[in-house]
Design a protein around this ligand. Sequence first.
Ligand SMILES: CC(C)(COP(=O)(O)OP(=O)(O)OC[C@H]1O[C@@H](n2cnc3c(N)ncnc32)[C@H](O)[C@@H]1OP(=O)(O)O)[C@@H](O)C(=O)NCCC(=O)NCCS
Length: 181
Amino acid sequence: MARNPQPVLGLDGGLELRPWEPRDADALVTAGQDPAIRLWNRLAVESPEHARQRIERMHRRWQAEQAAIWAIARTGGGEALGLIGWGDIDLADGNAEIVYWLLPAARGGGVAVEATRRVSRWALEELGLHRLRLCHSTANPASCRVAEKAGYSFEGTMRGALLHEDGWHDEHLHSLVAGDL
Ligand SMILES: CC(C)(COP(=O)(O)OP(=O)(O)OC[C@H]1O[C@@H](n2cnc3c(N)ncnc32)[C@H](O)[C@@H]1OP(=O)(O)O)[C@@H](O)C(=O)NCCC(=O)NCCS
């Protein structure tokens, strides 16, 4: 990963996945104010400066081969509408966990499903990972639907798996393994 620049990945409908840029700081601040993103992604962004630090950290984590995080944006330099990518990348053991959110105006049009399929193909076919995880609270049916529609298999429920701002949540574990595509 570190030897290569983070690629731009095309999506349908005039959208693309591109690396986050300092000019996307305001979109990250807006996301941090959205109740659903705050709750489900545990995202807290205090200021544009804090957002810029988080964006710099995304690039450091690509260089450290620990994460690959893209902005979902209109092609041709559009502003960020969402985020998707891989955290907890383990190149030695060939696995990673997906993270995603969309700003409210971008929801409901199938973007999350298409972007999940695109980064999953990249992770399995281009990065060479073997197993991808998708975890979400059992109280987040939209995320469960994204997992199903993107072709992830449901593996079970992890009890008391993640602390959200309203308490501990059980999580569904879904996976996509090389050969599933
Ligand atoms: C989860 C999220 C990324 C999904 O984005 P989206 O644009 O709505 O997703 P899509 O349009 O690709 O598809 C979502 C599917 O979930 C369904 N869905 C949406 N809200 C739902 C709800 N409350 N209950 C059940 N299904 C729901 C949609 O109907 C759609 O399924 P369908 O095509 O069969 O009708 C978006 O809602 C979001 O950012 N939510 C807040 C943050 C979040 O939940 N992050 C994920 C943390 S694991």
